[in-house]
Design a protein. Sequence first.
Length: 184
Amino acid sequence: MTDEKTAVAAVAGLMALAARTAPKAKGVDTIIVRVLGTKDLKKLADAMSAYGKSHRLAFFLRDAQNILASDACIIIGAKGDTTVGIDCGACGFATCAEMAKERKKRKKRTTPFSGPNCAVRMADLGIAVGSSVKTAQNHNVDNRVMYTGGSAAVALGLLGKDCTVAYAIPLSATGKNIFFDRTV
């Protein structure tokens, strides 16, 4: 392993720590974090490619190539069905109980993510992702937040059955950032 790859692996751990310790509503942690190894990077890229081909979404194929070229990848997800209990209505339902009831009706996933989701938990996810990429930036590790990789990780069950929404953050340390100047 090169010095750069060793450093990227260490930063991936620090990114997981940043996501875990990021502020969360009412102090309740619904964030799920996983750092993927080489074997799982291939599995994730294959799932992204398959989804992209079957749905004719070229950006899934492009992002899958980025995942394969990465040194590491961190996946950050949330248990979006865990409500905060404040009946804010941001999820589209008047009460948290109504949202929970609607979730129980929706058994089969037909979209990359399942919903409805608590909007406050989705904000928690965004804060965790932001804290994580800030850590990568502080250590000069190139990265990109990917919906595509997160949705494939959820479909593969890489974050467990309770994860409703996730984002992938592939990491790279090369002479040029592989996540920019991309086609499609």
